[in-house]
Design a protein around this ligand. Sequence first.
Ligand SMILES: *Cc1c(COP(=O)(O)O)cnc(C)c1O
Length: 850
Amino acid sequence: MKAIRRFTVRTVLPTALAAVGDLAANLRWSWHEPTRQLFERMDPERWDELGHDPIALLGGIDPARLDELANDSAFVADAEALRDDLRCYLGEPRWYQSLQNAPERIAYFSPEFGIASAIPQYSGGLGILAGDHLKSASDLGLPLIGVGLFYKAGYFRQAIDRDGWQKESYPVLDPDGLPMQLLRDADGAAALVTLALPGGEAMHAHVWQMTVGRVVLLLLDTDIHENSEALRGVTDRLYGGGGEHRLLQELLLGVGGVRAIKRYVEVSGTPAPEVFHTNEGHAGFLGLERISDLIAQGLSFDEALQVVRAGTLFTTHTPVPAGIDRFDLGLIERYFSTELLRGVDVADVLALGAEDYEGGDSGVFNMAVMGLRLAQRANGVSQLHGEVSRGMFGALWPGFDQADVPITSVTNGVHAPTWTDPLMVGLVHEKLGHFETSAADFAGPAITDGDLWAVRRAMREQLVADARCRVKAAWEEENPGIAAPAWMDSLLDPDVLTIGFARRVPTYKRLTLMLHDEDRLRALLTDPERPVQLVIAGKSHPADDGGKALIQRLVQFASAPELRERIVFLPNYDIAMARLLYPGTDIWLNNPLRPLEACGTSGMKAALNGSLNLSILDGWWNEYYDGENGWAIPTADAAGDGAERDKLEADAMYDLIEHQIAPRFYERDEHGVPRRWVQSIRHTLSTLSPELSADRMVREYVERLYMPAAEAQRIISQEDHYPAKHLSAWKERVRAEWPSVSVAHVESGGVESPQLGDELEVRAYIELANLTPDDVLVEVVHGRARNGDDLVDVQRQRLELVSHDLGQPATFAGTVRLSRSGSFGYTVRVTPRHELLASPAELGLVAVAH
Ligand SMILES: *Cc1c(COP(=O)(O)O)cnc(C)c1O
């Protein structure tokens, strides 16, 4: 029988255990090992059973056991000490508190947050990254507020049927069973966020608050009785629906999210955000709500846009146009021809997302394009992805070289305390006395090769045990009442070279590349001397039958009796599995089609635990591979076609495993330690771990993007937004005049027969129409001239105004030092200049000498 309704009865903790309740309420437990150990002590068996979820543990623990613990003075004292430690963590000054003029608050919007496996509000890398961003923000002391949606069923749970086909189920979460509380107004009523919809309807949402260390996370939830049945389902699942459903989610996230922050700020009496960071385009509507607020204060749309842009950062995550949210123009028009945003004209909204550039589609509204237009600062998530993004969005800045497109990059990182295995932390604690691992721990002699190898084996063993459990549990689920076959108890071997591969299953990630030559793979797996074993996991998007077919092919291959103990597909990849999987693998494999992996973070998490990467030079690996921390699979992008490329890359991968990886792994000294291999582990841990940490990433965001954005938005908002009004009028004037701006003539001299060190004198005559010389930046652009006249290794140098006679072109001049031998080319370009612009390309206007 099925229940028609369910709810969770919260456990009432004995007063002596109040500290335990406080510890469970703050998600710092998701990365704070001592706190997790305290929960484990309460009931080790249930703790394992419940997937290391403190809230479920407190809900499910036997009251008699609670009484026992309440009377255990050592336990109570430990709990209280940990609570004191938490309070200290929450209040003490940290890195951010040493900065001057840093933003008073930063809002971070994301459609998903992966914080702990007990809270499945993520589908993959984007969400986990957002979770790690919050955790590092907390550790560094950032006054950050996260904004997202509360999905009733989160992302799906994956099972694999007997034919190897993926089955999805959507276990419903009970908000009362999660560590979160409703945001309440001063009068105690649940705060209600309301959005006007077409046809006079309205969508309402409650706001849940989670506490992630020092960071508050607000999650909007439409499953409340104030809504119609249909609208209650808006936050049903992560990416649960198509066009309109998705649009409603994004309206709620962006517009509703800003409204939720306003309520939170009111109720808590804490500062409002100065900087808004949108993790991918889904939350882009947040800028429109802020524009609407500024219009209510008397600004025009364009003036308000200047203010919003100044304080907004847009992070793009996808290197493929197909990965971007695009809505039917008519749908957007319908939703914004309402009372949703006071004072905002629908035509202005449509213009922001219009693909009105070469190659664009005039029938769609593009969320990434709007994101870029609403944000003065934008970034990709690895150096290579920055480059790819500058190419992909270059049409928005016509006339500029790709390198000038104002999209920078901040390479992702991962939250080390979450992703470093407790066994590794334990080793560092035992040998060096501290809990937070650092690069230096592995550089010195305190931890020997033998120690490192022992902990690596223990982690592999832990993965093997977990894999056996999962495979048996999956069998029992599919075959109720029939005992799992005995071979499952000898699945995988804790002493065999273990290769891991786990990620979502879109085509570009090439889940089945390893099956390209099945015989060759079979030979690697069953090699009598130097066998290899493979652990694989990943969810296919529910609507992607192609992805499911890949999983099926793999599962079927792995079911052959002679292989099944060496290659296994583990169903339901999630944070809990990942935490054991990365540390337990010796090699983390990644073989995307370059450059389609924007960054990739699983390999970083593996590296933090001493796994070596074997990967295509894509995403983060492209910038961090150094020859010693793993292996690079050469990219065959010059291959004739996709099939040829797959073949070349698969062959290279097999070769590396057979000839380099396996020999090194199995080459042992008299104590059974593979010295050479351990040397690579040590090198990886001592050089890569600081670079790969989310602390490095968040610091970069603060220093390179949040601080300048806060500064820009302060300046532009001064004196009743006078600078914004001025900037808006200036842009309008510059846009109107620009068609008449040109480089009339360029003269040069000073070099007869050019030699290194000579100075080239350049004089440029610029037609300014009705602009003044102060409105423009005139630069010599110079570099090496390559085939034809293309400039490479480009540098720019500003020319200064020499004279400007009325009715004549203005004269600008300067000198360029010839500091490189070889072919030299130059030209002159003019761009708009204003102190409030963050980049000369910002307006997409340029005039170049002909
Ligand atoms: C890290 C992680 C991902 C993302 O991995 P990529 O390498 O970026 O694809 C996905 N799912 C889980 C559970 C993760 O922990």
